[in-house]
Write a protein that binds this ligand. Structure first.
Ligand SMILES: Cc1cc2nc3c(=O)[nH]c(=O)nc-3n(C[C@H](O)[C@H](O)[C@H](O)COP(=O)(O)OP(=O)(O)OC[C@H]3O[C@@H](n4cnc5c(N)ncnc54)[C@H](O)[C@@H]3O)c2cc1C
Length: 386
């Protein structure tokens, strides 16, 4: 094959959401020649949202997935500091901590056990991350005491990031060291020749490997290539309020909602979950509902101006865990999708594992078996989740 060096890449990445950009960034650090092909523009999918909650799983019934996520949340701060130093662009990251209300005596009992277990799981003596039950009325200047009749959990591992600023910083890194093409929808990949097909383009573009990271659209692409549908999209909605003076407050998770103060003086509230949806535009009735629910447990937000509303369709694998790996029956076509609600916290470690799989290096932390193809395809596949 005769290709100019400009058109021949080690890796083509289809999709510039948090997964695709993180993978491209990690591959560039490994010295690979990388092109990111994005159908619309950076952040056009569910990664271009408002919330940016980086929340741990409960420190109970520990498993490899929880350990992976813990290691990811632990290492993300350093990863982001490195990215910010290289690009000069803030990602709006802060380890803000999180409040959870305790609404029943049962919950109080459970969380006291979790607080005990967290010391081992979160290596509190070494890391300083704590998960503590505090009495009724604690931090009631932020979470209304009436919403937490049995006290609260206050934990210090949770963090937040500005989703759009993080994407912009990753994109800047990629543009400086590799290539990022917007308006480039990938429609096919020929493993034998390495030809990558891009809608509406006749220019030849070749890559040794392709990663499909097209968010919920990846499930169609994967089905075309493997004959199996392993996931679906689920719509969620969030909104942004004027949050001046609240920047230093911890995140709250209450009544199924996150309230996340950001460094630019805004507070994000989200998110809802809708399996049935027509498109990704925000619904006014959802906005009203989000505001009502949030101000009930966080009265300080009452009357604050709504700055923007946003909805997106997040990818969810039927098996719930994300997929990161080679597609069955393929030798150079990979997929990374299905992070659902935790993508921002784990994307850099997913990227590390995937790139190490391509280069033969040892990943910083092994990928849980439940994230691998074998868990999602074939006999293990579910038609739909419950
Ligand atoms: C309301 C809401 C709130 C959320 N809050 C959080 C949160 O607080 N914390 C968290 O971690 N996660 C959160 N999530 C989930 C998170 O946003 C998603 O899990 C994550 O963005 C998925 O990233 P992705 O890179 O897999 O896909 P996406 O961000 O959807 O990116 C896919 C990209 O691929 C492009 N594309 C599609 N097909 C092609 C193709 N053929 N060729 C080229 N490009 C293509 C799309 O245009 C898109 O830009 C939230 C989601 C929603 C909806």
């Amino acid at each position: 094959m005769a290709h100019t060096s400009e058109q021949m890449f080690d890796l083509a990445v289809a999709g510039a959401g948090i997964f695709g950009l993180s993978i491209a960034c990690r591959a560039l650090k490994a010295g690979l020649r990388v092109v990111v092909l994005e159908a619309e523009q950076v952040g056009a999918g569910s990664s271009g949202g408002l919330l940016g909650a980086l929340m741990p799983h409960m420190p109970a019934r520990w498993n490899p997935k929880k350990e992976f996520q813990f290691q990811a949340l632990r290492s993300l701060q350093g990863e982001i500091e490195d990215l910010e130093a290289q690009t000069g662009l803030s990602c709006g990251y802060r380890r803000c901590g999180r409040i959870l209300p305790l609404t029943t005596t049962d919950k109080l009992e459970h969380h006291l056990e979790r607080a005990e277990e967290s010391r081992e799981r979160w290596h509190t003596a070494e890391t300083g991350f704590s998960y503590v039950v505090e009495p009724t009325g604690s931090r009631s200047d932020w979470l209304d005491a009436a919403a937490a009749p049995h006290g609260i959990v206050y934990e210090t591992l949770a963090a937040r990031v500005s989703p759009r600023a993080y994407l912009a910083s990753l994109a800047a890194f990629i543009r400086a060291k590799g290539q990022l093409r917007e308006g480039a929808r990938v429609t096919g990949f020929d493993e034998a020749t390495g030809a990558v097909q891009v809608a509406g383009s006749t220019a030849s573009l070749h890559a040794k490997n392709l990663v499909i990271s097209g968010g919920f659209a990846a499930f169609d692409m994967i089905e075309n290539l493997t004959g199996e549908r392993i996931g679906r999209g689920e719509k969620g909605q969030a909104l942004l309020l004027d949050g001046a003076g609240l920047e230093e407050m911890p995140a709250i998770y209450c009544d199924g909602l996150y309230v996340v103060p950001h460094e630019d003086g805004t507070v994000a509230i989200g998110s809802t979950s809708d399996r049935e949806f027509v498109d990704s535009t925000p619904s006014p009735s959802r906005t009203t509902e989000l505001l009502q629910r949030a101000t009930t447990f966080c009265p300080v937000l009452d009357g604050r101006k709504v700055l923007s509303e946003w909805a997106g369709i997040r990818p969810r694998c039927h098996k719930r865990d994300p997929l990161a790996g080679l597609l069955p029956g393929h030798s150079s076509t990979y997929a990374a999708t299905g992070g659902f609600k935790i993508s921002f916290g784990i994307a850099h470690l997913i990227a590390d594992c995937l790139v190490c799989e391509m280069t033969g290096e040892t990943p910083k932390h092994p990928l849980p078996e439940t994230f691998r193809s074998a868990h999602h395809f074939g006999a293990n596949r579910l038609e739909a989740d419950g």
